[in-house]
Design a binder for this molecule. Structure first.
Ligand code: G
Ligand code: G
Ligand code: G
Ligand code: MN
Ligand code: NA
Length: 253
């Protein structure tokens, strides 16, 4: 497979990089977190984003190395933000659902935190809602191990999966990320989607979870989300994903 070959080369020849998407507190518009997003500059994958190559990485097992590369680099970047820019927010890292079935993963995270001298409270791991498998022993074991390490866990793309709402209490999740499809349709005529945002917000309140709205593209959406009591927000209206140097400019005001 061509993509697989490119991914292997990307890992060994440093064709991967990260971009950084600031996440803002709805109350004071301060940057409270930065989500790292993977990019690949390998010529064979030019123009392709993670949506395209992550599924291949998952199918071939390469994802484990890639996730560790991302965490390693994200923690290094956070260390710099903390030491040189007095940043005291979180770094949010997307991990594949594969890691919930990988028994080595919690210890690997622990070792990377130790190596970079990063407090676990400064790290949030995002897993898509669909990766949380109820009744799966390894999955629950890993989630609990990660939670006990002290990192926080976010359910990404929330609302698009099938989590029985009453199952939420069994997961050690700290945060729901409202999928951007629901945010985008807030003011459309599709009222059911409008209601989804309210439902997720109420659900979060019930289970004492933080809420991050994704894909905020207009001021009206942000205002509405604030009124609903949404905690944090991200999206093109607030900031695009940034190159490292552009991220630093935000901390130099
Ligand atoms: O950044 P972009 O919109 O292209 O991301 C598309 C998808 O790829 C998102 O669902 C996101 O969660 C996922 N993704 C982005 N960066 C990473 C990463 O570093 N690791 C993993 N496992 N997934 C990522
Ligand atoms: O220095 P190194 O490339 O290992 O940095 C690890 C992470 O920190 C990368 O994700 C990178 O984006 C970020 N980083 C730290 N310092 C710099 C820098 O001076 N330039 C760039 N482009 N990225 C940096
Ligand atoms: O699934 P996940 O939330 O990790 O996906 C993150 C991806 O969503 C990133 O690739 C980012 O580029 C994209 N994204 C973030 N904010 C917005 C937005 O406001 N509008 C759109 N269209 N995409 C966004
Ligand atoms: Mn995400
Ligand atoms: Na998402």
């Amino acid at each position: 497979q061509l993509i697989e070959k490119c991914l292997r080369q990307a890992l060994s020849e440093a064709h991967f990089s990260l971009v950084y998407m600031p996440i803002f507190d709805c109350k004071d518009n301060k940057i409270v977190a930065v989500e790292v997003l993977l990019r690949c500059q390998h010529p064979g994958l030019d123009g392709f984003g993670p949506d395209h190559f992550i599924p291949v990485a998952e199918a071939t097992g390469l994802i484990k190395e890639i996730d560790l590369w991302v965490i390693d680099n994200a923690l290094q970047a956070l260390g710099i933000l903390q030491k040189e820019h007095h940043f005291d927010g979180k770094v949010c890292i997307n991990i594949s659902g594969v890691e919930l079935h990988n028994e080595l993963f919690p210890v690997q995270v622990k070792n990377l935190l130790g190596y970079h001298k990063i407090k676990p409270e400064s790290v949030e791991l995002e897993v898509t809602e669909t990766a949380f498998v109820a009744n799966d022993v390894t999955c629950l074991k890993n989630l609990n191990a990660l939670s006990q390490l002290g990192v926080s866990l976010a359910l990404d793309d929330f609302g698009t999966g099938y989590t029985a709402f009453n199952q939420l209490i069994h997961y050690p999740a700290d945060c729901l990320k409202i999928d951007r499809s629901f945010v985008n349709d807030l003011f459309s005529e599709r009222e059911a989607r409008h209601k989804m945002v309210t439902i997720i917000q109420n659900l979060a309140k019930l289970y004492d979870l933080r809420v991050i709205a994704e894909g905020v593209e207009t001021e009206a959406q942000l205002t509405y989300l604030k009124e609903l009591g949404c905690d944090w927000a991200q999206g093109y209206y607030l900031s695009r994903p940034l190159q490292w140097d552009d991220l630093l400019k935000l901390f130099k005001v």
